[in-house]
Design a protein around this ligand. Sequence first.
Ligand code: GAP
Length: 441
Amino acid sequence: MARLESFEKLVSLAKRRGFVFQSSEIYGGINACYDYGPLGVELKRNVKQMWWNAMTRAYDNIVGLDAAILMHPKVWEASGHIAGFSDPLVDCKKCKTRFREDTLPEETMKSKECPECGGELTESRQFNLMFKTQMGAMEDTASTIYLRPETAQGIFVNFPNVVDTSRQQIPFGIAQIGKAFRNEITPGNFIFRTREFEQMEMQFFVHPDDADEWFETWKARRKAFYDTIGIAQENLRFEAHGPDELAHYARAAFDIEYKFPIGWSELEGIHNRADFDLKQHEEFSGKSMSYMNPQTNERYTPFIIETSAGCDRTTLAILCEAYEEETLEDGSVRTVMHFHPSVAPIKVAILPLVKKGGLRELAQDLKDQLKNHFNVFYDEKGAIGRRYRRMDEAGTPYCVTVDFDSKDDNAVTVRDRDSMEQVRIPMAELKAWLTARISVG
Ligand code: GAP
């Protein structure tokens, strides 16, 4: 299967079929913000559900959390984001374009010439990536707060609450899915780098002596996860951060990279954050963030192994992985999204061959029987071939056709999206037949 060479065709399909739209499109759009349409929202919800099942339901020692986006401003002092969460920025004095200094060639920085218009570039300055806002109604008394740039800090500050309330003992993890915001200087590549995005993060608290082993365990577990959502292992790789690339909090870090059309790029980060975060919050809040082993009475500050995935980036990888323009035997080309059934937005389409002769009623009955078990789509308009093509583009694994024979033999034709093969299945067995093929995770 040929791989996508650019995002262009995907962006067009995403818009045409209702996966992803530009935010505020009728006003000309807003840069690097996107909305998920009817198919996109189902796809993204499935990604989150698969992650949540894999990271909480699958383990007795991982619990969930849903922390507020707005946090006490001291959190961001303690975390190092106010002092250090910045990128070096240069502006063109003439065309006003902004560049991240570290993405410009050395010659450009020496010549100080804008790559867009040849105008003069300013000196480099640090640009903090956090969005600021005000809390409180009165401007003069209101305090400056920030939209969180990562969900992780909500987990760290709740570590004592979870220890006190959940009966968890180290080693254990806290998982969270939520929005994060970064005023990126160079957003782009569709939903790869946006200013508002969702993270799926898990912080695993361990004894310092066990941190290296848990780091390896989580690297392997996280890479294996991508199988379950249909991303081939051959399109994934680990990339270690060198000593000069490590974030201020990290003792060791690996990215899981995916082979996007723009090249190998980060999908998820796995970090050994040591005791940096808990120690910082202990210092800034004055509250103990240590842990006492109830068996040995040993008191210590746990180390944290973090797995940090981007939900939008994972969704983009799934879209890239699924896309195919397939040339059929008759020379025609069909666009098909080969989603893994676990993430496919629509699992089953119910298509009466025609509306008349009782087929509509039979098909609607079938839809009603299945809709509490799968996301089912009903479509009775247009030629059956066209309806199949629409479902191929939506990535629906199975199309069920109700025809005139169905009234006599109580069976339907099920078409497989990938092979396009058709089989006859008794209606009474359809739910079990589909469940065996669709229900995963
Ligand atoms: N708590 C650690 C942390 O936030 P990160 O490497 O900065 O680490 C983790 O971000 C993941 O979040 C990335 O691997 C990526 O999938 C996603 N991510 C980060 N910035 C993003 C952006 N501007 N747009 C979309 N996804 C982003």
